[in-house]
Design a protein around this ligand. Sequence first.
Ligand SMILES: [Zn+2]
Ligand SMILES: [Zn+2]
Length: 391
Amino acid sequence: MNRFLVEANEMKETIISNRRYIHQNAEVGFKLPKTIAYVSQKLKEIGYEPKALGGGLTCTVGTGSPVLLLRADMDALPQLEMSGESFASETGACHSCGHDGHTAMMLAAAEILKKHEEELEGTVKFMFQAAEETLKGSQAMIDEGILTEPDVDAAMAFHLNFGPCGDFDLHPGCLTYAEHKMMPSADEFQITVKGKSCHSSTAFLGVSAVSAAAHIIIALQELIQAEFPSDETVLLAIGQMISGSTSNIIPDEAIIKGNFRAYTNESRDKLRERLTEISTLVAQTFRATAEVEILAGVAPNINHPAFAKEMAGYCEDVMNKVIVIPPVKGSEDFANLCKHVPTFFANVCAGSPEDGYEYSMHHPKARIDERALPYGAAALCNCAYNWLKNH
Ligand SMILES: [Zn+2]
Ligand SMILES: [Zn+2]
């Protein structure tokens, strides 16, 4: 058995108790006072000097180059937990995305790597981030310099995967990853359409914002059909339109809200550009105006093929099974790191429906199979140790 897996298994009780504390004290976004105090305390107990950065925490082990960054997110969702677990959160926030497990796995990896510090041929930098769910936490740490001092050469992160989310094996000890395109970008937008209000019996005196908005929505559907190759997955969805107050007044404003997703930065840029052009020009056609705002966004999460293949190889020494999967549909703010350094993002399987884990990420009843946690911790260690040794 891989030596890091042996050590992680010996720490199983600690990993689980850390995970359960973070779970029970779930917090949201950038407001993680209890979580950060706990993680910081644990890091100090194992010999680190964690530093606050961009709403999260960072520390390093080893010296010199190369530098590998390991990232874990610590935030929960604003949701009432219904898992039925004895350690369920009663804070009004719920770790239904498994970030409690990510933090516990990385704390264990930090402890194991500290014990092996003399053997490390380079530096491991830990990035414990806030606010993944709002897609703002990783950028905040990048803006405050997580990639410098020391300069980071490559980065990796794991996400727990559980419940019915694909045709692959979700038993603890399995890891899944995509060779290149892993997850799409996600951008949220708002289009504000302005017209001129009047009585519906004299509609010719006004400009209907709701009618212009309806034409914009139809035209945007055409964009996906007509301007992207059929083998390239791009998505654009309208989730909300608000306009008008009653049946016989032509409304002077309509608000359209939606989001778009793409697996490449080129397609993401094109979607953003054409969304604006189509909305403003269609509005003009109907004598209205449209203003497009991008409210929040994250880049596509792309695995660097050679780096991902190498890291997946190190994971194979620890895991029972490593499976290559097609790109998945969700988004991740780890993607902001892909623009700067080669990255590897993979899923640690943590609960199969056959074993009773029937709810997947973001469900208030979601539970995870904690047997997965030592595997994830050991795989982080094995990747770090071997990558530093071979570069
Ligand atoms: Zn999530
Ligand atoms: Zn997540």
